[in-house]
Design a protein around this ligand. Structure first.
Ligand code: PRP
Ligand code: URA
Length: 210
């Protein structure tokens, strides 16, 4: 599983630990998800090629290094991925963005697709998917398949917390996609929630917890 990257950084672990706390309020929770989206997008672009262009500083001319950000596409899986997508956009505001809305069935845990909006020019774009939770892997694998069918070059999937079951399923189904994981948790429970996890990411971001 050489494409699976566990991002090991004390600042990231600190932020994820605040997310896990059931007392963390939605405003703080969603800000942290956004910041983590930014951190993980950085990681996913660590080896991205740059082009060189002349830059005139106030003192002299030099060769600057630039990412061709219009060739990059961030795709958020709604609901919960939307806030991570905002974080990714914060670092490269000229990247294009796509949205896939899926919800897991509470009994089968299979994702049902309800809305897709991808950039018209997604074909061959370097595409990075963002979704906080990788549980069974069903949603992430379905998103990769859908994007590939649209012609995207699916480069990476970023999640905040993953279950071992989801990592295994994703790595088997999408062996050529880089997987970035903020924290690897212990297991899934009988409702396919990650333990210890953080609960339902979408509910905590949008304050829809019962
Ligand atoms: C969550 C999460 C992922 C999915 C992960 O979304 O944001 O999309 O579950 O589970 P999986 O790996 O088993 O597919 P959810 O369906 O709860 O929707 P929400 O974002 O609207 O809360
Ligand atoms: N979706 C969530 O939001 N949390 C989990 O633990 C699993 C799936």
């Amino acid at each position: 599983m050489e494409k699976v990257h566990y991002i090991n950084h004390p600042v990231l672990t600190h932020k994820i630990s605040i997310l896990r706390n059931k007392k963390t309020r939605p405003a703080v929770f969603r800000n942290l998800v956004r910041e983590i989206g930014m951190i993980e997008a950085y990681e996913a672009l660590r080896h991205h090629p740059s082009i060189t262009k002349e830059v005139e500083t106030p003192l002299e001319v030099m060769e600057g290094h630039f990412i061709q950000d219009s060739e990059i596409c961030f795709v958020s899986i709604l609901r919960a991925g939307l806030e991570m997508g905002h974080g990714a956009r914060d670092i490269l505001p000229n990247a294009c963005e796509g949205f896939i809305s899926m919800a897991r069935d509470e009994v089968t845990f299979k994702p049902t697709l309800s809305y897709v909006k991808l950039p018209a020019g997604i074909k061959n774009k370097h595409t990075i998917i963002l979704d906080p939770m990788l549980a069974t892997g069903g949603s992430s694998i379905a998103a990769v398949k859908l994007l590939r069918e649209a012609g995207a070059n699916v480069a990476a999937f970023c999640c905040i917390i993953a279950a071992p079951e989801g990592v295994k399923a994703f790595a088997e189904a999408c062996p050529d996609v880089e997987l970035y994981v903020g924290a690897l948790d212990r297991e899934l429970n009988e409702k396919a929630y990650i333990l210890p996890g953080l609960g339902d990411a979408g509910d905590r971001i949008y304050n829809t917890v019962d």
